[in-house]
Design a binder for this molecule. Structure first.
Ligand code: ZN
Length: 302
């Protein structure tokens, strides 16, 4: 029997099938999925946020989120990304590489996908492999204009009392924490490009001792948000490289929380070694910074 109506996989609206865009569902194993015209062709505005919480991981306090820029994505890719809880948003900085719009819109072809909040790394890890497949099948393209941003938090960067104070601690010792890592990366750009997919640049700037103000949202480690650290240098080269990168950055955030943030207000300070609290915190930041360098070298195989 012919199917007259279908439910849009993205917005849930019901329309006659004849007015919809049909695609093959990744999740439903080849059975057709339908999207309304609006969902298949248009992007959300630039500042759209995605408040979905995804994943069933009960143990992990790790939350992550991805902003993923694409230079082309067809309705098959959009449908697959919806299934992962990503919404397409408009980003005027993206270049379509001359791919004409499939829908007669200038928008919708290039887009920045914004994920919901993903619990643990499992879902993000599977997503990376799905992207690999979408790219190799020609449904999705990323070019020189595309980057990705990866947000990571451990329990929303709250202390044991539930107060969101950890990001403030990190800002106060930003240079101590990140300059050694930045230097280790800059000393071998080939290794850095293998891990991150690119060199420092616009909107993912290197961290220098002299930079003023001390931290800002365009440095490659962005600490301006109160509940997560944002890594801005990441580029998707392939699934394996991107999985390695996400794993490394989650390990780094865990390292900062357990070696620095959790000791910020220690009370049993050895007064013979540290003249004051600031000196103690600086020491903790320096030790953490060296651990970050070690983590980087492990993932970069150097
Ligand atoms: Zn729809």
């Amino acid at each position: 029997m012919a199917r007259n109506n279908a439910t849009c996989s993205r917005c849930g609206a019901i329309y006659p099938v004849i007015d919809m865009v049909g695609t093959v569902s990744a999740k439903r194993g080849g059975r057709s999925e339908y999207m309304c015209n609006r969902c298949a062709t248009q992007n959300e505005h630039y500042h759209a946020t995605n408040s979905k919480v995804l994943g069933t991981d009960k143990v992990n306090a790790v939350f992550c989120g991805i902003e993923f820029e694409t230079s082309f994505s067809d309705e098959y890719a959009r449908n697959a990304m919806f299934e992962y809880g990503f919404i397409p948003t408009h980003d005027s900085s993206l270049h379509s590489d001359g791919n004409d719009s499939r829908y007669g819109w200038s928008d919708g072809n290039t887009c920045e996908y914004v994920s919901g909040l993903m619990k643990g790394l499992n879902r993000a890890s599977k997503f990376a492999l799905t992207c690999d497949k979408l790219i190799s099948d020609g449904h999705l393209k990323v070019n020189y204009s595309c980057g990705t941003h990866f947000h990571v938090s451990i329990d929303s960067m709250k202390n044991a009392n539930g107060e969101k104070v950890y990001m403030d601690y990190i800002r106060r010792f930003y240079h101590s924490l990140f300059i050694p890592l930045n230097e280790a990366m800059a000393s071998d750009t080939e290794a850095m490009e293998a891990v991150f997919g690119r060199d420092f640049g616009h909107y993912c700037e290197a961290i220098f001792n002299s930079s003023e103000p001390k931290w800002n949202r365009y440095l490659w480690v962005n600490v301006t948000n109160d509940s997560n650290i944002e890594f801005r240098l990441n580029v998707f080269k392939n699934g394996k490289q991107y999985q390695n990168l996400m794993k490394m950055e989650v390990e780094m955030v865990k390292c900062i929380v357990s070696n620095f943030c959790e000791h910020f207000n220690d009370t049993d300070i050895d007064s013979r070694r540290y003249a004051n609290m600031r000196e103690y915190r600086k020491h903790k930041a320096d030790v953490t910074a060296q651990k970050l360098v070690k983590i980087y070298k492990k993932y970069a195989n150097i």
